[in-house]
Write a protein of this length. Structure first.
Length: 238
């Protein structure tokens, strides 16, 4: 049974996003949908000495556009974000492991597409830093005349999905009986129980960018995302 997740691209996603990617065989970026302001598409959070801080990619206030249509025109945001990461995390145990790529990402590029930028960074983190082997692809485009869930079902059918893994927020609107009728099972992702680690600037905060975890624990990061759960299951079966 092919396990599939379908999500919009996010900027510097938190560990739960990568936990979901790890759970599936195919992860589809679904950026052909409405861009939403004050959301995770163009911002995320970091820990600082002054508390949790938002890092936001400026993309303007126009809301009548899809995520894959959002352009980045500001030329100075990237240097500011890189400086913020350096100020907050340069003394973290594993900052040095990732700084060369991040310096290249922020200082040696002029990203123009929010969607493309988000996807490139997400795939790099997943494959090169977390060792995730999940296949990445773009969700196929279907006409706007289809209802929201009709489009999602069409996307899942197009890749032969037998199991759709979704975040728990979708419980509020997803009609699971329609998925059952289409021979697609639905599994709700559980984001609870993540272990804490030695994080700068207490109190501990889970809902921050994956970079926070990587800077603090380095190659051990996969254990804090999904490895602890696999270990608990193995112990329970023993």
């Amino acid at each position: 049974m092919k396990k599939v997740a379908v999500l919009q691209s996010n900027y510097l996603p938190w560990k739960g996003y990568f936990d979901l990617i790890h759970d599936v065989d195919v992860f589809l970026f679904y950026d052909q949908v409405q861009f939403t302001k004050s959301d995770w598409r163009n911002r995320n959070r970091v820990k600082t000495a002054a508390g949790v801080k938002w890092l936001t990619v400026p993309v303007g206030s126009h809301i009548h556009r899809r995520i894959d249509q959002v352009e980045i025109h500001d030329k100075v945001w990237a240097a500011k974000h890189w400086k913020s990461l350096q100020q907050s995390y340069s003394k973290a145990p594993h900052f040095h492991r990732y700084q060369d790529y991040l310096r290249w990402f922020y200082l040696d590029n002029q990203w123009s597409s929010l969607s493309f930028m988000n996807q490139q960074l997400t795939q790099h983190v997943a494959r090169d830093w977390l060792g995730i082997s999940t296949e990445f692809a773009q969700a196929p485009k279907f006409g706007d005349e289809l209802r929201r869930q009709d489009r999602l079902l069409a996307v899942l059918h197009s890749v032969g999905a037998g199991l759709y893994v979704s975040g728990p927020a979708a419980k509020a609107y997803l009609e699971t009986d329609r998925f059952s009728a289409a021979s697609i099972d639905v599994l709700w992702k559980d984001y609870s129980g993540y272990p804490v680690y030695d994080q700068f600037y207490p109190p501990f905060e889970h809902a921050v960018t994956i970079l926070d975890l990587l800077f603090h624990v380095g190659p051990d990061a996969p254990w804090y995302v999904w490895g602890w759960r696999d270990e608990a299951r193995a112990t329970a079966r023993a």
